[in-house]
Write a protein of this length. Structure first.
Length: 323
């Protein structure tokens, strides 16, 4: 019976969660954009942040794909990597962006341009700078997929940029560099605010699938890792799960999982993990909390921490999910 239980456990651990095509394409597009921006500001005083989440009045956070500080205006970038065709319609005095996929499906994405403007307003409110420290911000949308047909009327909008527009703005590509001697006082103050904000946590499933969201807690039946996570939640930046999924080795010994815990200085703790324990998280764009057993987890990066007090102490994200 014990052999059957071991083999069954390995069989469970070998279940693969394959990457989802459109998520991979979107992630690669975001990485491509940030690499280009990084190259365009390399060796200058300009700064870039990706995926920051800005808290609004009730504590909920809104993500901005990319923020660039250093030019005459702060770039607030919303990236869309759609395919097919898109159009903008007006309904009830509000704009709606409609995507027509090649499959024939129609997607209503809402007021995409208005959303990035709203996020800009939220950042200005959160930053709370006086008139002296005020910084002009430029919110815009970039449609990065060449397979998307964008009407000329949309391309002509001031809040619709192309990759070429971004390159022309960056200092290493010939753009104006008002920060060549260092960030101005207002820009430096904004950079300090942005440095205190977190992003999404990233959960890596065995098999290559990734989920971004907020990781909240670990079940008590996860073993020693549960107490370590409670004690060091704000310190942990990464957890790596090591598993031997060999059916042959399961005949000799019980399958086990090992967790390696990392902070900003490197690995600081190693412990065993019970495969049937689970992680509690909420995926981005969802209000429902989910669980995932450790036997299906390859690792995670914890970057959702936010610093919101004068002592500079980071805290974990607030759980706004529904049970």
């Amino acid at each position: 019976m014990w052999l059957g239980a071991r083999l069954h456990e390995v069989w469970l651990q070998r279940k693969k969660f394959s990457p989802i095509g459109h998520q991979v394409a979107g992630r690669e597009a975001e990485e491509h954009l940030t690499k280009i921006i990084s190259a365009g500001i390399e060796g200058t005083h300009w700064r870039m942040w990706e995926g920051l989440r800005i808290p609004n009045k009730d504590g909920r956070r809104r993500e901005v794909d990319c923020i660039v500080v250093g030019g005459e205006k702060v770039l607030m970038i919303e990236q869309k990597h759609w395919s097919g065709e898109m159009e903008i319609i007006s309904e009830g005095g509000r704009e709606k962006v409609i995507q027509h996929r090649r499959s024939g499906d129609k997607m209503d994405h809402g007021d995409v341009f208005g959303t990035i403007k709203l996020k800009t307003t939220i950042l200005q409110y959160h930053h709370g700078a006086s008139e002296f420290f005020a910084v002009e911000m430029l919110p815009f949308v970039i449609f990065s997929n060449r397979n998307l047909v964008v009407p000329d009327s949309v391309k002509a909008r001031e809040d619709c940029w192309s990759l070429a527009d971004i390159l022309d703005y960056l200092p290493k590509s010939g753009g104006v560099d008002p920060s060549k001697d260092g960030l101005s006082v207002p820009h430096a103050a904004l950079a300090a605010t942005l440095d205190r904000l977190g992003s999404w946590d990233t959960l890596h499933h065995y098999g290559g699938q990734q989920t971004i969201g907020d990781i909240y807690s670990i079940s008590e039946n996860s073993g020693h890792l549960a107490s370590l996570f409670k004690q060091h939640r704000e310190r942990i930046t990464k957890i790596k799960i090591l598993a031997d999924r060999s059916l042959w080795k399961a005949i000799i010994k019980r399958p086990t999982l090992t967790a390696e815990l990392f902070d900003e200085e490197g690995m600081f703790e190693v412990c065993g993990v019970e495969p049937g324990g689970c992680l509690n998280y909420r995926g981005a764009g969802s209000r429902q909390r989910k669980t995932l057993e450790w036997r299906h987890i390859a690792g995670m990066e914890l970057t959702s921490r936010i610093v919101d007090d004068e002592d500079g102490v980071p805290r974990a994200p607030t759980d706004y999910s529904k049970q």
